[in-house]
Write a protein that binds this ligand. Structure first.
Ligand code: AMP
Ligand code: ZN
Length: 113
């Protein structure tokens, strides 16, 4: 998608701090970190949000969920971490390209804000 900031980052049109990349997913540091470690994992394919996932996306999303383990390990998050995907207006999704926040290196609270 031409005017999508996350597509631009995944295409390397805009430089960013790359944490992990392969041909179907991209992980980079959040520009406004909410924890000492805060990265975003996105599919390279433009999918707007969780609600837009199709059956055919299941293998991709499954591989992304498994990749989170590796990313967390490489970032030293052995004490735990939180994975968040804001979906839609009430959840305050600000970027309309599916992403999983991975947050760690501090104690989280519950319930979230
Ligand atoms: P959300 O509110 O769940 O849609 O999260 C969007 C996230 O993207 C926020 O945490 C932003 O800080 C982050 N973000 C927006 N633009 C950029 C960018 N150019 N590089 C890195 N992170 C970004
Ligand atoms: Zn996009």
């Amino acid at each position: 998608m031409a005017d999508c900031i996350f597509c631009m980052l995944a295409n390397h049109d805009i430089p960013t701090s790359v944490v992990y990349e392969d041909d179907e997913m991209f992980c980079f540091k959040d520009a406004d970190p909410q924890a000492p470690v805060h990265v975003l994992l996105i599919p390279k394919k433009h999918i707007e949000c969780l609600d837009d996932l199709k059956e055919e996306d299941a293998p991709l999303v499954g591989r992304m969920m498994l990749k989170i383990q590796d990313i967390a390990k490489n970032l030293g998050l052995e004490n735990g971490y939180r994975v968040v995907s804001n979906n839609g207006e009430d959840a305050f999704q600000t970027v309309k390209h599916l992403h999983f926040h991975i947050l760690g290196k501090r104690k989280m609270t519950w319930p979230p804000g």
